[in-house]
Design a protein around this ligand. Sequence first.
Ligand SMILES: [Zn+2]
Length: 485
Amino acid sequence: MEGMKRASVIWKTALPAAFFALLLLATTSNCPAEEAKESEGKESKGKVLLVIATVNFASEEYKAIREGLEKAGFQVVVGCTVRNSRGIPDIGNVTADRVLSEVKDMELYEGMVFCGGPGMSEYSGENFPPGSPDSLKQSIRDSISQARKLVEEALRSEKAVGAICLAPAAVLAPMSAIKGRRVTGFAQREELAAFKKAGALYTGRPVEADGNLITAKVEGMEGFVKSLVAALSIPFVFPCEGYAQGLKGKGNFGLQISSAKADEAFKGSYHLAEDVWLKAGTAVKSIANGVVAYSDFSPTWTDKDKKVHWNLGNVIIIEHELSPAAKDLTHVCSVYMHLGADRKVKEGDKVGKGQAIGAIGMDKSDENGRYPAHLHFGVHKGPYLQLSPGWKRDKIEEAAAIGLPVGNPPDIRIEKGKIVDVKLAGKTTAEFTFESGSVARIGLLMQSSSPDYKPADIMGWCRGYGDKETVEEWLRPSEWIGKKG
Ligand SMILES: [Zn+2]
């Protein structure tokens, strides 16, 4: 692109005077109206922060990236470094939506992408318009430092980061976060040295897609947008950094507890999830966009006969709708157990992929249910409100043993005998049909057995262990996320 020829010159010199004329005086006022406008947006695959320079960004690149993202169903939010006295300036017919220093974190975004063009040298933090007042320089610096924090956060939380043309050198090269990553983009001797210093591997290819970091030269634009959309579209990520190492090998999904020392409650049963052995305090993130179905605490406690009643400590369950739905599977629920008390989400909250929801609880503490510090992480097939086959089986066994009351007052009697069907009737009620044709309904709400804490809950399928058949209701998380991600 023609702008690129000028890039290396402007890179070393100051930004054009037009830059200054545009900016007038920078202010730092917050702008709640913009927040509101953004969150109103129609149902989309999520928001992407598209970052431009305040002057001399490559408008063709901007257009191509924006169109590509919108066509793929993403909502584009344009970020820049400063606002002037009239608000955020119009920049070459583009109205920026956000000043980067005011973007708190990446929670609202699926990823961020830096447009190219010679003006991106602004992001080196060393090029200011001639005669810039200190306040303006400070505003630009604030935005640049925040932009780098956002990049680090995005790379860490499996969100996509894209940079094209001059942007990889201007924005990414000074960052240690690209250590060990493959990158490309515009680079001459100095830029190459900067990439090397950061520990990145510069390949010089038109497009370089290294996991969630996508970089490109201008001639790689088409592939850049494609790779970016692919990285943005990954629906599931792992709940912790270092997940694979935390499994200590193949992980313990579906393994049977056979230890003679095992508590009676667990002996002989199968592990329905993967235990992730990472340090207490390790951040736990939502594996995908979804809605929090459950967030509560259920303590492990000891009764007067010294019998320990094992519960799960702090638990979060998130329901994820699959789009597109898989065969016979419209939803999955992710289950995070033995968390610390600082759960960051509550029932009904919408959460984004990679959003921090809590942390691994302290070793053998009340908050984590008295277990060694680890995350018990499971992925259950189906929506949150459901009668899973395993639970249904348990209910039938229970009902067959004790019988269920049927009929209307005063003619209530206990029906025993073969149960031919159990289904959900309403959100928290199960309907049992007996062979005789009698129908009984029972509430499914359960309570923690702790005398001090009784959160009511319907999630009968949510447990750490189950019989062999119950394992079938669960997915092996590392395999499933690996495939989806
Ligand atoms: Zn476990």
